[in-house]
Design a protein around this ligand. Structure first.
Ligand SMILES: [Zn+2]
Length: 163
């Protein structure tokens, strides 16, 4: 029997501002600014969630966790990841692979990749070998290169657990 496979893509962007902690992939990153936005504005976690939801045909993060909903104001995005993993599993899918590319010149994220993989794979209940986080410099170009914001792009592969 041919397994049912689905690819999903997620993209997210948040502006960098003063007076906020910087949370990426569930890890607090030492930096003089942080991302502004709904919940903790964890752009890596949000892109990953949108990739899973889109592959499963379940819409996007904003539909399930509306920005105006006080239940999710200031919430840890790892909690959103746990909720999304549950929705995807209940819909009959298992995650085969998930890769998140983070466009960020400063701070340098390389040393934090193992901690991000651990935090995200724990929240999504995945084998860490199935989950990659790839920091990428924009070489000073565009809004990520100028340090105005951070962008993340995620792709995932789901397999149907039945039928
Ligand atoms: Zn977001």
């Amino acid at each position: 029997m041919t397994p049912r496979l689905r690819i999903g893509q997620g993209v997210d962007v948040h502006p960098l501002v003063s007076g906020r902690p910087l949370l990426l992939g569930g890890v607090q990153v030492p930096f003089d600014r942080g991302l502004d936005g709904h919940s903790d504005a964890d752009v890596v976690a949000h892109a990953a969630c949108d990739a899973l939801l889109s592959a499963a045909g379940l819409g996007d993060l904003g539909q399930h966790f509306p920005p105006g909903d006080p239940r999710w104001a200031g919430a840890s995005s790892l909690e959103l990841c746990r909720q999304v993993a549950k929705l995807v599993a209940e819909a009959g899918w298992t995650v085969q692979s998930l890769t998140v590319t983070v466009l960020c010149d400063q701070p340098r994220l390389g040393p934090l990749v193992p901690a991000m993989r651990q935090a995200l794979s724990g929240a999504f209940d995945l084998d860490p070998a199935c989950l990659q986080v790839v920091p990428k410099s924009a070489e000073g170009l565009g809004f990520t290169g100028r340090g105005e914001g951070i962008a993340a792009l995620a792709v995932c592969l789901l397999a149907g657990t039945e039928g």
